[in-house]
Each structure stands twice: as C-alpha cells, then as structure tokens.
Design a protein around this ligand. Structure first.
Ligand code: PRX
Length: 572
C-alpha cells in the first residue's frame, strides 16, 4: 500500500512562506470583484474544463442500490433544482433548508439552492421537532426541501413558522394528498434545464447557514459566504490531497459542516469523483464499500475509527482495501493508538485535522509528506495564522507545553461572517484581534498542536456538539422533571456521551421506567445524539449561592477529576 502519488502540497515548509489564497484564486480563475458561485464552480466550470462526462458522484443506498452522476448530470440537476426554486418565487438570500437523508437530492438540491442565489441550510434528518423548530424559526426559513419520510415533522411545525412558504417533497408518490403549502418536485421527472443563468453572487454573498451548539442559549447559525470556496478548494487539495484520478469518500453527513465543505464543495470544485454510502454504520458495510468502490482517499472521524478498531483486525483482513492511499480524520481528538493502528492494518496513518463549523475549512492539520506525531493535530494550514492565548490575559504566547486557548487571526476566506441574527454572541468570539475557537491546546517545540479539551461545557459525542443547555431546556418540558444538569461522561467509542442529573417533581419516582420515558422524550424532541445515555436521580443539584447549577462539579465526578474551587457552592 506504498503510495507513489506526489503530494499536492509539495513541501509544507515552503508553502507556509507563500500566499496560498492568491494561488487558489488563480487556479480557480477567480478575479477579486467578479462573480463567484460555489455551485457553478462545482459543476459548470468542471464541465467547461472538459470533464463533463467524468463521474462526479456515486451514491449507494440500502441493498446495494446505486445511482451515478457525471459532472454534466450535476450541472443539469442543479440547474433544474434552481429553476424550480426560482419558479416558486424563492428569492436571493432567502434560507432554504435541506431536511433529507443522504439521498442524491440532498447533494443536488444543495447545489441548486446555491445556484438560485438562496442560502442553503442543511439540517440532520434525525432531528426531532424541537431541534428543527428552533433552527427554522431562527433562520426565518422560507422553504424546506424534504422527503415523505420526514414531511410529518415539518408539517407539525408549520403553524409556528410564519415565514415558511413551501415544503418541497422530493419523492412524492401521489398516494397521499399533499397539504397546504406543500409541493412535489421530482428531479427524475422534471424536464432537465440545459441553460440556467446562475445567480451572480459575489465573494461576500451568503451561501450557507450551519447551526452549531453553544454553551448558553439556543443553537447559532454560522453564516458563510461564497468566497469560502477559496479555502475549501485549497484545503481539499493540500490536506485531503485530492488528485484527478481519486475516488474520494467523506463519511460525514452534510447536516454537519464536514459534509458540505469536504463532502461536496472540496471534491467537486476540484473535479474529483466522490462517493456516498447512505446506510448505517457497520465495520462490514464500510469495508465492503471501500473495496467495491475502490476508494482511494477517505475522510472520517475518530468515533468511527475507534468502532472499526473494536471490530478487530480480522474484519480488515477479509477485504481488499489496497485502493486506499490517503486517510484523514476530523471532529474529535484522534488518539495516538488510532494512528498506529491504522498504520498497522491499512499501511497508512490517519491524518488528524482540526477545525469547526465557524471556521468553514481546516485550520490545523497533518499533511502528506510532513512527519506525523501520533496524537497531535499537526500544524496550521498555510495562510492560517494560529496561536495559543493565555487563559487569563488572552495574550499570545510561544512557550512549549503551556496550555492556552486556540485562536486564529481573522481573515481567511471560509471564516463565518456572522451568527445569524446574533451579532452580540458573534462579537464575543473575538478578543485582542483573535478569533477564539473555544478549545484548549498545547504546542510543542516543533510547532505541533496537541488538543487538550474544550474551554466550555459543550459535549462532543461522536464528533457532534451537543449543548447541555439545550438538553436541560428540553428536559424541563417533561412533566416529571423539576430540575436538571447535563454533563459529558466518558465513553469508549463516542469519546463522550450525554449524562443527565435530574430532580423529580413531587409525586414522581425516578426509576427505570421513567428513565426510558425521558430518554425517548429527548430523542424525539432533539435527536438520538442528544439523548442522555444515563439519567441519575438526585434530590439536590450542586448550586452556587446565586442559584446557578454547577455542572463543573458533576462533570468532575464523572471524569474522576479534582472538583476544584467549590467556595461558591451553596449545598456541598
Ligand atoms: O472541540 C473541537 C472539536 O470539534 C469542535 C468543532 O465542532 P463542529 O463545529 O461541529 O465542527 C466539527 C467538524 C469540523 C472543535 O471546536 N474538534 C474538531 N476537530 C478536532 C476536534 N477536537 C480535537 N481534535 C480534532 N481534530
């Protein structure tokens, strides 16, 4: 499995001296001030470069169902989607939500929304009604593109969403009548639109709204612009090392930023074939997919890698995975064992990469050709000025081994431009001219970053951020819950899972039946990931004298850590 492909990045040390964004603009033929539309770059431009007939997208669903699309098919499908949206009266910059499983319409519709000049708002199809409601309400979403399976969830919320003009169903079979404000659209039956005038968006035109969890308050919509393409194109080229003949597999759902930045925009702006597996995770189904599709570049996440490690080496040996040549990971700390394991079983190390919904593209990473230190996130991407800030003074420092806040100098192309309707919280993300990631790390003598942990209470479960506040708010809506505190608890596979401490109202008893009922309640309201894996009933929660619940105390107990300063505790 020795790879002979020359890394796109060439020498990291040389690249950090150059002007990478200007280089990316040049390669993309973009001139400052001219039009830039992500979907046009991912489809029309690639066709204009003589790759119209090249396979762009291989989709596999249940039972091996397969659909294939060339770059010309992508161009036509996105034209057709965009024309349909414009026909409905969807205007520039209106938010159009994609609430779909990983079916082809999710990917093609995403491009269509951008071509129409609207803002794409992808949301996990596993979201329950409460999670959906707060995000659609906050974004004042005009249209939701969904499928029969999920339309019921949106229907239920329609009356609470005055801005929502259309619910578009992509797989309507005519068996049940659609209701008010619902409209059917089938890509397969629609007449392909050969010529479509793509919206003449500019660098700063809004493109995407990705919701992410905060420590306090409701989820925030990180608003991105079309110029993000510059970062996403170059990071996909240099970090994921995508070459023209690659078969690339990004395992992330586009409800998550990885699934759009690197599941759609990165590979297609480079004219690279990308494949998607729309079936649940098993080691067998994943290895089989790699074998069958001859995947060469694989971008995944530590939780999945740990689950594969658990499935054992034998599972790997049963398959021919010799097509693989480059592996990368994102979303959570990648333990050094995972890197050494992958080297042993695949003959290739996973390259850890670090970034966020807000950053839009990879910030710190390992690169082909640069020495990997297993357990380290690597070094800042060329063109990214990252540093560590002192935890108290927010001043940058250079000492090796000292813990600081990871911060980045604003101005890279893919940086979010605001939190939707929440300028106040957006401003809080900056200190002393630095963007604060909210994560802590150390740096070694060679400039490698080592992740330490988050600087807040957010729970990272299987690479997905869950806000304790959101879960606590939902818990309070259950009739038995008087008060609750939600913290992370260590987990072998998912790194962290959600744990809730609950005090029950008089007349209720905290037993197994209630636990199951509450778990289900949260799963349906929020999502399976936000569902507490454990509920502990307690007569009292630790509080400060001013009455604020101290999650810190409960969390420390779960992690077997020192509790720290409890001088403000009311009831210890
Ligand atoms: O805490 C960091 C963790 O995931 C957070 C970002 O999550 P999200 O906005 O959902 O985006 C995830 C995909 C880009 C970060 O603030 N995180 C992400 N990558 C890593 C990581 N933690 C450790 N190591 C990583 N490589």
């Amino acid at each position: 499995m020795e790879t002979t492909t020359k890394p796109n990045i060439g020498s990291y040390d040389e690249r950090v001296k150059g002007s990478p964004w200007a280089l990316a603009e040049e390669e993309l033929g973009y001139k400052p001030g001219s039009d830039i539309n992500i979907a046009w770059y991912c489809t029309d431009r690639i066709c204009n470069m003589g790759k119209a007939a090249k396979t762009a997208f291989i989709w596999e669903g249940m039972g091996g169902a397969e659909k294939r699309y060339t770059f010309n098919d992508l161009r036509l499908a996105s034209n057709t989607f965009a024309a349909f949206l414009q026909g409905l009266g969807i205007k520039r910059e209106e938010r159009v939500c994609l609430f779909l499983d990983r079916i082809p319409e999710l990917y093609l519709g995403f491009l269509g929304v951008l071509k129409a000049g609207a803002v794409a708002q992808p949301l996990f199809s596993a979201f329950g009604d409460e999670s959906l409601l707060v995000r659609l309400e906050n974004a004042q979403t005009t249209a939701v593109i969904t499928q029969r399976k999920h339309v019921g969830k949106v229907r239920k919320l329609r009356e609470k969403l005055p801005c929502l003009k259309y619910i578009i169903v992509v797989d309507d079979d005519g068996k049940k009548p659609l209701q008010e404000r619902e409209v059917a659209f089938s890509l397969e039956q629609a007449k392909p639109v050969e010529d479509f005038k793509c919206a003449d968006t500019k660098a700063e035109s809004p493109s995407l709204l990705h919701y992410t969890s905060g420590t306090t308050g409701m989820p925030k919509g990180a608003q991105h612009v079309h110029y993000s393409l510059i970062s996403q194109y170059l990071t996909a080229k240099w970090v994921l090392d995508l070459h023209d003949d690659d078969i690339y597999w990004c395992t992330a759902d586009p409800g998550w930023v990885t699934g759009t930045s690197y599941g759609i925009i990165g590979p297609w702006s480079l004219g690279v074939t990308s494949c998607v597996l729309d079936v649940g995770f098993t080691s067998e189904s994943w290895y089989q997919f790699i074998q069958k599709r001859r995947v060469t570049v694989w971008y995944s996440a530590p939780t999945a890698i740990r689950a594969l490690m658990k499935a054992g080496d034998e599972a790997v040996k049963k398959h021919d995975l010799s097509s693989l040549r480059h592996l990368a990971s994102v979303g959570e700390p990648l333990n050094s064992e995972a890197v050494t394991w992958s080297e042993r079983v695949f003959g290739l190390p996973f390259h850890d990469s670090y970034w966020q919904t807000e950053t839009g593209s990879i910030m710190i990473s390992n690169y082909p050709g640069l020495k990997i230190k297993p357990g380290s996130m690597g070094k800042p991407f060329p063109g990214i000025t990252a540093t560590l800030l002192d935890l108290q003074t927010f001043e940058p420092f250079t000492e090796a081994g000292k813990i600081g806040l990871i911060a980045v100098k604003p101005g890279w192309p893919a940086m979010m431009r605001s939190y939707w309707n929440n300028e106040e919280v957006y401003k809080k993300k900056f200190r002393n001219g630095w963007y604060l990631t909210g994560d802590r790390a150390t740096r070694d003598m060679d400039g490698y970053y080592w992740f330490v942990g988050r600087d807040d209470d957010i729970i990272n479960t299987a690479g997905h951020l869950v806000s304790p506040f959101e879960v606590e708010s939902a818990l309070l809506e259950h009739p038995a819950v008087a008060e609750s505190a939600v913290v992370s608890k260590p987990d072998e596979i998912n790194m962290e899972v959600v744990k809730a401490f609950v005090t029950v109202k008089p007349g209720f008893i905290g037993n197994d039946d209630l636990t199951l009922e509450i778990m289900n309640f949260i799963r349906k309201k929020l999502s399976p990931l936000a569902m507490p894996q454990e509920i502990e009933y307690t007569p009292l929660l630790p509080k400060t004298r001013s009455g604020k619940i101290m999650r810190r105390v409960l969390k420390a107990k779960e992690w077997g850590q020192e509790i720290g300063d409890t001088s403000t505790l009311e009831n210890d």
